[in-house]
Design a protein around this ligand. Structure first.
Ligand code: C2E
Ligand code: CA
Ligand code: CA
Length: 863
């Protein structure tokens, strides 16, 4: 029945719904549809029953009035004219897929003047039926159309009768008035029968249907009336039938005019629809784009179904929509590919982007007009652009989400990173969250380095991931678990009902780490120490971190699982005293001084560089070594000031020696924590400029204890320094996590072999092997190797034989103040200024020796 409704709206002569939204009323199938169908059936049934009744009356009338059979030529003429006009009408409709105008009224009117009504009914119905059979029209629809015509003809014929017009071929006597009135009746009945049916079928109101293209319809009716009057007047007056020859010309002209008007209407309408649809397509959401396009595509092209088959960049997605909206959205293949469908490539006008194909499927084989083809191309390219834009937008959004995620997360464990923790804590301190009482739990794994050293860093990573997982599981909702780097984790505990709960929660979290974990088939026990601090009233996240850090060290030192920060303990602790005011004073009063230990060419004994080693001249405790204070400095806020003080003195010393004729590079030790400070590279470069020391004369020594997770951050800082010309050395080489992974991240120039290997170089073949392989590695990477802690001549010789050409240690000199270093250089050894030991009796060394003097630290430098 729905089909019937659609065909009615499409095919009937004065179809109002065809202009515009013709499929819209049929879009969604619901209980409404069934109600509509029933209404429609009822209406059509009524028309048909009425028509049968009227037809019976017609026949009865004919029999009672003994209507004679009119002469055949008139009947044939009426029949022929009917065929032509109906046929003509259908031709128009198919070409423009639009409503045409019917001239079927003409044979009816003329027929009624010429022959008795039943014969007119017969001829017109025969004409209609002929055309419909030729066109294989829908039978149901045809019955309705014929029934309607029966009613129309009968009503018009009755009017003629009432007005006293008697049909007659020989003496037609219809007055203009009678013809006009009869035609108005025809018009009225036609519209009365027709409009309600169309209104129901198109779910519109009768008023709306009536108003649709009213002007056009009135024009056709009036033109028909004029034609009819003209023909009848010619017939009635009996003047030359030759005058009838003008009729086809007149009708043709009027018809063409109307056709043009309709086409213009239709195109304008079509463009508006297309423009509206392309507007709707300017969405950034791909789903929306596809669904709108598929649904609107059916309307725009009056297709049964539309498929969009996306194939761009490996996508396999088909979106199908019919009159009822989107019916499928998922992977291909597509359903339509046959004769009744039209396939268009979805590509931009310049063909630079190809999204897939658009398929329109119709009820039967169809050929698009040129205009429709153009419309389809425009639609396809607009759709393609929309798809490309939506895809680009989606990609942008994905990238920015990824970036935001990366910026806030630790890549190894997926936990929040330090930055994210700070941000969240900042929000808390700014009062922007409702986190209740907040505490920070700082967790440091014990002996994690051993896991790394013995099982390798892949196993170490696995342990860290498992620890992260357990902490995350143990955390309460709302808590933020973060990895700060290395084996350091932090948990921001929120919504604590009482401060005392912090300890309880912290213990819970740490106990989650107690069960052994399996890594590479081995059972590993993870021990950890946790420091708890409640959010302080002032000082923000830095103070909170510091307090948790203090507590964590308390726990570590006491061998406890957790400790909670207590202000009293903090200030009572001697080390912490230093943290408070002591370090600041030490920096301010220049209590940090720097000693220098010469680095020597093992063969010649000449000094080729010097390493700066920090000391604290404490007014109370005396001369403190880095071992005693370094950790405290690193954990305080004073590290940048301390590092700057050391760098300042080291560069000052280097400048002084250069002026005295010993141009030696100076090596300065750098804490990993300094490298995590983004301002560090700039500070170094500023200092170099201030002391007018070439960047190539500065070597930064990095402890190899950097964790892999820190390497990325550190790597960026170091790249910047390296590019400026600063040299880099890897300190304590051989003791760290994974020398090769460090080397692959950090572009170093030197390796400093750790003292433990040097000490046992003569006694342990393993130590010798480590040194030899380090030397080999260095050679292939074009790095310099320096041995640390050379204390005896046999060690020097052994190192030399293993291929190590530079070293430092008590054998040559202990660390000393800058002035003494200069004096030592000037005094020299064996009459050789700049040398600290006699040359080894080695041919190679002798050859290398002569070039030197007080120029650039010898023929070869450690830099
Ligand atoms: P390091 O970089 O390995 O420095 C070498 C250490 O070995 C120095 O200890 C030095 O005095 C000592 N040493 C030199 N030759 C010999 C020897 O023949 N035998 C023995 N037994 N020891 C020798 P120091 O000065 O106590 O420094 C300890 C560590 O403190 C340094 O180890 C370095 O890592 C760190 N450090 C020193 N100064 C600074 C600094 O300014 N900043 C930073 N961040 N760390 C520093
Ligand atoms: Ca060092
Ligand atoms: Ca070292």
């Amino acid at each position: 029945m729905r089909e019937l409704a659609r065909m009615n709206t499409l095919e009937t002569g004065n179809d109002p719904a065809a202009l515009g939204d013709r499929t819209a009323p049929l879009q969604k199938r619901s209980s409404n549809d069934d109600a509509t169908d029933r209404q429609l059936q009822l209406l059509i049934g009524l028309v048909v029953v009425l028509a049968i009744g009227v037809a019976a009356l017609d026949v009865l009338h004919a029999v009672t009035t003994r209507t004679a059979i009119p002469n055949p030529p008139a009947l044939i003429l009426i029949y022929a004219f009917s065929v032509i006009s109906y046929r003509f009408k259908i031709e128009i409709r198919i070409r423009s897929s639009h409503n045409g105008s019917t001239w079927g009224d003409v044979p009816i009117m003329v027929g009624l003047v010429l022959v008795p009504m039943p014969w007119v009914v017969l001829c017109v119905i025969a004409g209609m039926a002929t055309v419909r059979i030729i066109n294989r029209a829908d039978p149901l629809k045809s019955i309705f159309a014929i029934a309607k015509e029966v009613l129309v003809i009968s009503a018009t014929g009755a009017t003629f009768l009432v007005l006293g017009t008697r049909p007659g071929v020989d003496h037609p006597n219809a007055s203009v008035l009678a013809v006009t009135v009869a035609y108005l009746v025809l018009w009225l009945v036609d519209d009365l029968v027709f409009h309600p049916v169309i209104a129901v079928a198109s779910r519109s109101t009768i008023g709306k249907v009536f108003r649709n293209d009213l002007g056009g319809r009135v024009f056709v009716r009036l033109a028909t009336l004029a034609t009819v009057i003209y023909i009848i007047e010619v017939l009635v007056s009996g003047t030359s039938l030759f005058l009838l020859a003008f009729v086809p010309v007149l009708v043709g002209c009027a018809h063409l005019w109307r056709l043009r008007r309709l086409r213009t209407h239709q195109e304008r309408d079509s463009w508006r629809q297309l423009a509206d649809t392309t507007d709707e397509l300017s969405s950034v959401d791909l789903n929306q784009v596809l669904h709108i396009a598929a649904a609107q595509g059916t309307k725009l092209f009056s297709a049964g179904e539309v498929e969009i088959d996306l194939t761009a960049s490996g996508v396999d997605r088909v979106v199908r929509a019919g009159l009822d909206g989107v019916s499928y959205d998922g992977p291909g293949p597509r359903k339509f590919d046959g004769e009744s469908s039209i396939t268009t490539e979805l590509e931009t006008r310049d063909r630079s982007y190809h999204a897939g194909v658009l398929v329109l499927d119709f009820d039967g084989k169809i050929k698009l007009t040129e205009f429709e083809q153009y419309k389809l191309k425009t639609f396809a390219s607009a759709l393609c652009t929309a798809i490309r834009n939506a895809a680009a937008y989606a990609e942008l959004r994905r990238i920015s989400e990824q970036n935001a995620y990366d910026a806030a997360h630790d890549p190894l464990t997926g936990l929040a990173n330090r930055r994210e923790l700070y941000e969240r804590a900042d929000e808390y301190f700014a009062g922007r969250t409702e986190d209740g009482v907040v505490a920070l739990l700082l967790i440091d794994l014990n002996h994690f380095k051993e896991v790394n050293d013995t099982l390798g860093h892949a196993a170490g990573d696995a342990v860290l991931r498992e620890v992260a997982r357990r902490l995350d599981d143990a955390a309460a909702p709302g808590d933020l678990v973060a990895r700060l780097g290395g084996d350091e984790f932090a948990v921001l505990l929120v919504n604590l009902l009482t401060p005392a709960l912090a300890t309880h929660r912290a213990e819970q979290m740490l106990s989650a780490l107690e069960t052994t974990l399996e890594v590479e088939g081995m059972q590993i026990t993870v021990e950890a120490a946790g420091g708890i601090a409640l959010a302080p009233g002032s000082g923000g996240i830095n103070e909170l971190m510091r307090r948790a850090d203090v507590a964590m060290y308390q726990a570590k030192r006491a061998g406890q699982q957790t400790a909670t920060y207590a202000h009293a303990q903090d200030t009572a602790d001697v080390e912490r005293l230093m943290l408070g005011g002591e370090l600041q004073r030490a920096v301010a009063k220049h209590e940090f001084v720097v000693d220098f230990q010469p680095i020597v060419d093992l063969g010649s004994g000449e000094v080729i560089a010097a390493e700066a080693l920090a000391r604290w001249q404490h007014p109370e405790y005396g001369y403190l070594t880095p071992m005693q204070f370094l950790e405290t400095v690193e954990r305080s806020g004073q590290l940048p000031a301390f590092a700057d003080a050391v760098l300042d003195q080291a560069l000052a010393a280097s400048g002084g020696w250069r002026e005295a004729g010993f141009d030696l590079p100076v090596a300065v030790n750098v804490s990993p924590r300094s490298l995590l400070d983004p301002r560090f590279p700039a500070t170094v470069l500023t200092r170099l400029a201030r002391h007018d020391v070439a960047p190539e004369r500065l070597v930064l020594e990095l402890a190899e204890t950097l964790t892999i997770s820190q390497l990325d951050t550190v790597g960026r800082a170091l790249d910047e320094l390296r590019e400026a010309g600063v040299r880099l050395a890897l300190d304590d080489f051989g003791t760290g996590v994974s020398p090769l992974s460090v080397l692959s991240h950090i572009p170093v120039n030197q390796l400093k072999i750790d003292r433990v290997f040097v000490t046992s170089v003569e006694t342990s073949s393993e130590a010798a092997a480590v040194i030899r392989s380090t030397v080999d590695l260095a050679r292939s990477l074009h790095l310099t190797v320096i041995a640390e802690g050379v204390e005896s001549e046999p060690q020097r010789l052994a190192l030399w034989e293993l291929g190590c050409v530079a070293g430092q240690g008590h054998l040559f000199a202990r660390p000393m103040a800058s002035a003494r270093m200069l004096a030592t250089l000037q005094r020299g050894s064996g009459g050789r200024p700049g040398a600290l030991a006699a040359a080894m009796h080695d041919a190679g060394a002798v050859v290398r020796m002569p070039r030197r003097r007080r120029s650039s630290g010898g023929g070869r430098s450690a830099g």
